[in-house]
Design a protein around this ligand. Structure first.
Ligand SMILES: Cc1cc2nc3c(=O)[nH]c(=O)nc-3n(C[C@H](O)[C@H](O)[C@H](O)COP(=O)(O)OP(=O)(O)OC[C@H]3O[C@@H](n4cnc5c(N)ncnc54)[C@H](O)[C@@H]3O)c2cc1C
Length: 389
């Protein structure tokens, strides 16, 4: 153990080695791994863990997606999802989906960037327009000029992953308080005093896994923001009786919009990225209409009725890589934020990285081997002054 939360505690104050703020997938995974190192309290504002971004994702494992650091983290999580720890879940965490990227006539060159991101472990290869049509019968033939298939894209069972972390955490003796909004964080001579839900706790370490609210939580501790920007993304559902369950995710090269089948539905996103203040975000009529129109123009579906819609926040820092590490000059304040559109995929890896960084000061060996370093993830990279031209 690195530190004990007990030394400054007043009689009657509850002590923990680690207090994790936020019980979305990030906080749940960190709590799961930290429970091997000491006592852990997980605090969540909402009555239901996973109410914000974690419960609103597209549930896709997409290895070849995002900037280079993100791609390394995507791939690093794969083994966990395929072979989770014993007793983690009684359901498979991944199920096959595949991803089909289509280039419209005149846009064939856009496919080159997609094909260039292929790797030996998770290949992407070109297929003919006819093969693409067979794989996804609802896409209009006239919009397919060229296509690429990525077989390694899968669906994730987000609820099973989240519950696996929370259940495993509890089995290790972890404590969770829901409806416990963290409203005060005070540095003491040893560790931190935490005010949440009308109670006071003492902790050796604070793990800030507050998602879009990460900069706000840092502010409670007197720490400067790292520049988190929450971006709204919209999803719509269209009912269909067509047998599409086995068909791939479909996107178009060079744009962010996509659709994928779900039980009895097609889920589509216009790929919107509208910066908004942290909030219980709701879909805007305009974005719903844009998604429906996009689906209407590219498929043979009847998109007259949108069955359901939702929006969620994808929260980024400037380089779009997550922020995992201790704040320089603020011992015991640990960031676990900025997971953007990748936080479900990254959850086992970043939870494990959090525990390793706290225990050893370094990333787990398997992450070092794939070329990731403390500096790639830590907050120090965001604190440096930009180089002068
Ligand atoms: C539309 C959409 C599609 C996505 N698709 C994918 C995908 O296909 N694959 C993928 O891997 N990722 C995807 N993502 C991203 C993924 O959902 C997020 O990266 C991930 O859920 C972030 O988890 P989190 O735990 O960091 O944040 P959250 O789930 O938002 O959890 C943060 C928690 O902190 C709590 N909190 C905040 N402040 C306090 C406080 N003061 N005290 C106590 N608690 C507090 C909040 O209530 C919240 O529950 C998608 C996101 C969206 C919106």
């Amino acid at each position: 153990m690195v530190a004990s939360g007990s030394r400054d505690a007043k009689p009657g104050m509850k002590n923990y080695d680690f207090v994790v703020v936020g019980a979305g997938i990030s906080g749940a995974s960190a709590a799961f791994y930290l429970a091997d190192l000491g006592t852990v309290l997980l605090l969540e504002t909402e009555a239901v863990p996973g109410y914000h971004s974690t419960g609103r994702s597209a549930a896709l494992f997409t290895p070849n997606f995002g900037p280079p650091v993100v791609r390394k983290l995507n791939v690093a999580g794969h083994d966990f999802f395929v072979s989770p720890p014993d007793g983690f879940s009684d359901r498979p965490l991944l199920t096959p989906r595949q991803s089909l990227t289509i280039a419209r006539p005149g846009e064939e060159e856009n496919l080159a960037a997609v094909l260039a991101s292929s790797t030996a472990q998770h290949p992407i290869f070109e297929i003919t327009p006819e093969e693409a049509c067979r794989l996804t019968p609802i896409v209009r033939r006239d919009v397919i000029a060229a296509a690429a298939l990525e077989p390694g894209v899968t669906d994730m069972d987000v609820a099973a992953i989240h519950q696996g972390f929370l259940g495993g955490f509890r089995k290790k003796g972890g404590v969770i308080h829901i409806s416990a909004h963290v409203s005060g964080l005070y540095r003491e001579s040893q560790g931190w005093r935490v005010e949440a839900g009308g109670e006071t706790f003492h902790a050796g370490f604070i793990i800030n896994a507050a998602g879009a609210w990460g900069d706000h939580v840092a502010g409670l501790a007197g720490i400067a923001p790292i520049g988190l920007v929450a971006k709204r993304r919209t999803m719509i559902g269209i009912e269909t009786s067509l047998p599409l369950a086995e068909t791939p995710l479909v996107e178009f090269a060079g744009e962010e919009a996509y659709f994928k089948p779900d039980t009895g539905r097609i889920l589509a996103s216009p790929g919107d990225e509208t910066p908004v203040p942290p909030q219980d975000v709701q879909p805007e009529e305009w974005d719903i209409a844009v998604a429906a129109d996009w689906l209407q123009r590219h498929t043979t579906l009847d998109v007259r009725r949108v069955a359901n819609s939702w929006a969620g926040l994808r929260t980024f820092v400037s380089d779009h890589a997550p922020v995992v590490g201790e704040e320089p000059g603020h011992p015991g304040f640990f960031w676990l934020v900025g997971q953007g559109g990748y936080g479900i995929m990254h959850s086992p890896t970043l939870g494990r990285a959090t525990a390793a960084l706290i225990e050893t000061g370094d990333l787990p060996p398997d992450l070092l081997v794939i070329g990731l370093g403390v500096d790639d993830l830590g907050p120090a990279r965001l604190r440096r002054a930009p180089a002068q031209p």
